[in-house]
Design a protein around this ligand. Structure first.
Ligand code: SF4
Length: 371
């Protein structure tokens, strides 16, 4: 008799209010969404829409576009209408672009009211326009652009300074009854960032957008974001994530989705579990894992495929995989759910795995259709 399998979960999700970013709910019990930002000039509509299409194809759910000039603001209506995913306009100092973004039908606007406070009554007008249009606002506090007053008070961008800044920015909207807000408090140091989000999470119920700012090139940025998001998400903190990399934005999406899948916060897609290799290995495990990954990439099924370097321990170590191979003596034992189903020459391993993966995928579809 098998024991019923009880999914092991991380901590309960923090209770937050839910906002609606176009078609994507953020906060509450909504699935954690992954977002990125375009690197094109927003005024170049064709290039921006092309990049948004690439991001959408790689699994991006929300996209942000910068809006520093009037030409960019003029491009927003077409971009918002033609994008397959909700578009957030990122605005820094110019209230007129905030109104333009709301009128353009952007799904949300990122703006810090503290930056536009000097324009009399503009915060009130923005709160009204955003409220009338049902457009939420992200308040994004960054260590690099922290208010001078808070820098003086705290000496540097401490977690407390970031949180005080964010809550003060929120209060500027709250004064006008506007609470359709999500917040980020980004820092390039994951330790400061994690502490800032923890404190913020305890002091408000707004949904939180996680980000490590200026995280760096792909390798370093991936590690920094993974450890910081991992710490927070495993405590139930975080409603939408953006991995910042000095790399093409589609890379950010790959990393973001992988983080969520690794934490069991998103249904796993294809997962390759390969052994680290050791003195028992009878095949180049790294090369085989790469070939199997390349061969199966694009299969949109939640399959866990194991690539193991030896037949002695391989199938046993990979018992939880749906499908796998254990190599030895120029051959590959193909196994399904830990049972060896056939042995093929090394040159046939990849094609056999693809065939078997397709059979399992078909079966999954039939089972899904039957239930
Ligand atoms: Fe070593 Fe075999 Fe385990 Fe790979 S599966 S780590 S080769 S014992």
């Amino acid at each position: 008799l098998g024991m019923p399998s009880v999914p092991i979960k991380l901590a309960e999700r923090r209770v937050s209010r839910q906002i609606q970013v176009g078609s994507v709910p953020v906060g509450g019990d909504a699935p954690i969404s992954v977002q990125s930002m375009t690197t094109t000039r927003t005024s170049d509509i064709g290039a921006t829409l092309q990049q948004i299409a690439e991001l959408t194809a790689s699994g991006c759910q929300i996209v942000r576009v910068a809006c520093p000039t009037q030409d960019d603001a003029d491009a927003l209506p077409v971009i918002a209408r033609k994008s397959q995913i909700p578009v957030i306009a990122d605005i820094h100092f110019q209230p007129k672009y905030v109104f333009a973004a709301i009128d353009a039908g952007c799904a949300a606007v990122r703006v810090n009211p503290g930056n536009i406070k000097q324009f009399d009554d503009k915060v009130k007008e923005i709160a009204k326009a955003a409220s009338d249009a049902g457009t939420p606002i992200r308040i994004g506090v960054n260590a690099g652009s922290l208010d001078r007053r808070l820098l003086q008070k705290y000496g540097r961008a401490t977690p407390e300074a970031l949180v005080e800044s964010a809550l003060w920015e929120c209060s500027l909207f709250e004064e006008h009854g506007f609470r359709d807000i999500k917040i980020s408090v980004k820092h390039n140091d994951p330790v400061v960032m994690v502490n800032a989000y923890r404190q913020l999470a305890a002091q408000c119920d707004y949904p939180l957008h996680l980000g490590v700012t200026e995280a760096g090139p792909a390798f370093q940025g991936t590690i920094k974001s993974s450890v910081a998001f991992g710490a927070l998400l495993s405590e139930g903190i975080g409603d939408t994530i953006r991995v910042s990399l000095s790399a093409p934005p589609a890379e950010e999406i790959k990393v973001g989705n992988q983080i969520l899948e690794s934490l069991g916060l998103r249904e796993r897609g294809l997962e390759i579990v390969s052994c680290p290799s050791c003195g028992r290995a009878q095949v180049d495990v790294y090369k085989l894992a790469e070939e199997v990954t390349a061969g199966l990439t694009g299969m949109d099924v939640p399959l866990r495929v194991a690539v193991m370097g030896c037949v002695v321990n391989g199938p046993g170590e990979a018992r939880e995989a749906d499908l796998g191979v254990a190599s030895g003596n120029g051959k590959g034992q193909i196994f399904v759910k830990g049972e060896v189903i056939k042995t093929v020459p090394e040159s046939k391993i990849v094609e056999t795995l693809i065939e078997e993966a397709m059979k399992i995928a078909e079966q999954m579809e039939k089972d899904g259709a039957a239930s």
